[in-house]
Design a protein around this ligand. Structure first.
Ligand code: AVJ
Length: 313
C-alpha cells in the first residue's frame, strides 16, 4: 500500500487508487451512496438483474456462481435465488481482495442458503486469478456494479483476460455497465450521481485521506481538500478528484514531504462509462463476446451476458 501511495503522489498529476476508499467507514459510505436518489446505478442494475437473470440462468443452467469483486449482498441474492428456483447451482464462490469482507459475507449466506456450498477466494482482480476451488461446468461469473469502470481500457482488457483464462468454453459472464450520456441520461444527471446534494460522495472521497493518514502515516489535513467530480466526454468517464483549497505539505513516510499547491488536485477515481462499440472492443480484447445486451427503459445502464471466444493456442 505504501509503495502504491508513494508512486501515485510522486506523479504529475497526482493520483491515488480507488481501492483505498474501502475501509469500514468507506464501505458504509458507499452503501449510503447506493441508496441516494442521484445514484441510479445500483437501483437500475438491480431491476435489470430481476428482469433478466431468471431467463439467462434458466438457459445456462450453471452449477456455480463466481462473483468477482465486493458484491452487495442484495445483488448476490437475486442471482442465488434465480439459481435455486431453477434448482441449478449449488456452489458459490465470492472473490474479493478483502478477507474480512469475504468471511462475513460467506457466513451470512451460509445461514440463508443451507444447501449452498460457499467457497470464498481472496484474490486481486488486477492479477491472474488463482483459484483453489475446481469449478464445475458450466459456471456463471458475475462482475457487477460497474466495477469494470474503475479500470481504463487497457487495464479492463487485462482484468477480463484473467477472468476469461479461468472460464471454460461453456461458462458465461454477466457484466453490469454504466452507459455514457444519451437521450435518456444527461451529462448533468451522470455528474449528479457523483456529486450528490447531501454530500455523501464528498465524504466518501475525502475518506481516502483518513485511510492514508491511519494506514500509511501521512498527515493530510482533511479541511484543506474539497471534492470534485466531472464527466470527461472525450474519455467517456467520470473523474473524482480532491482539490487543495490552500497549499499544503504532506508527510509521506519513505518519500519525504510532498507539496500540493493551492488549486492542485489529486485524482482518486476514474469511473468509465460505456457504449456498445467500446464494450465490444474490450470484450473482444479479452476473448469474450456479447451474447445478450439489455438496457433499462431510458438507456442509463446495461446488463450484458458475455460468452467466451476460443483462446488462440
Ligand atoms: C463501485 C466503482 C462502481 O464508480 O460508480 C460511487 C464507486 N464512486 N460514487 C462507481 C463510486 C463514487 C463506484 N464503483
Amino acid at each position: 500500500m505504501l509503495d502504491e501511495v508513494r508512486w501515485g503522489l510522486s506523479r504529475d498529476p497526482k493520483e491515488l487508487s480507488p481501492k483505498f476508499f474501502y475501509d469500514t467507514r468507506g464501505s458504509r459510505l458507499f452503501e449510503e451512496i447506493t441508496e441516494l436518489d442521484e445514484y441510479y446505478l445500483t437501483r437500475t442494475e438491480r431491476s435489470l438483474l430481476r428482469r433478466w437473470m431468471p431467463g439467462w440462468i434458466g438457459d445456462l443452467q450453471p452449477h456455480a456462481l463466481v462473483e468477482l469483486g465486493a458484491g452487495s449482498a442484495s445483488k448476490t441474492r437475486i442471482l442465488l435465488d434465480a439459481m435455486r428456483a431453477q434448482d441449478a447451482g449449488t456452489l458459490f464462490v465470492p472473490l474479493d481482495v478483502s478477507e474480512e469482507f469475504l468471511h462475513d459475507a460467506a457466513e451470512r449466506l451460509r445461514g440463508e442458503y443451507p444447501d449452498l456450498t460457499v467457497r470464498p477466494e481472496v484474490a486481486d482482480l488486477t492479477h491472474p486469478l488463482e483459484m483453489s476451488t475446481e469449478l464445475p461446468s458450466p459456471s456463471l461469473f458475475a462482475l457487477l456494479g460497474s466495477t469494470l469502470g474503475n479500470f481504463d481500457e487497457a487495464a479492463a482488457v487485462r482484468l477480463l483476460s484473467h477472468v476469461r483464462a479461468t472460464m471454460g468454453s461453456a461458462d458465461a459472464l454477466v457484466l453490469g455497465a454504466d452507459l455514457r450520456p444519451g437521450p435518456g441520461k444527461s451529462q448533468a444527471q451522470l455528474e449528479a450521481a457523483y456529486d450528490d446534494a447531501a454530500g455523501v460522495t464528498a465524504r466518501f472521497n475525502l475518506n481516502i485521506l483518513r485511510v492514508l493518514n491511519r494506514e500509511v502515516g501521512t498527515d493530510f489535513p482533511l479541511d484543506a481538500f474539497r471534492h470534485d467530480a466531472f464527466y470527461d466526454p472525450e474519455e467517456g468517464r467520470i473523474e473524482m478528484h480532491l482539490v487543495a483549497s490552500r497549499a499544503v505539505s504532506v508527510r509521506v513516510p519513505g518519500l519525504g514531504p510532498v507539496s500540493v499547491d493551492e488549486g492542485e488536485s489529486i485524482r482518486t477515481e476514474i469511473s468509465c462509462k460505456y457504449d456498445r462499440p467500446t464494450l465490444d472492443r474490450i470484450l473482444d480484447g479479452a476473448r469474450l463476446r456479447v451474447a445478450r445486451w439489455e438496457e433499462d427503459d431510458v438507456g442509463r445502464y446495461a446488463l450484458v451476458l458475455a460468452r467466451p471466444l476460443p483462446l488462440d493456442v
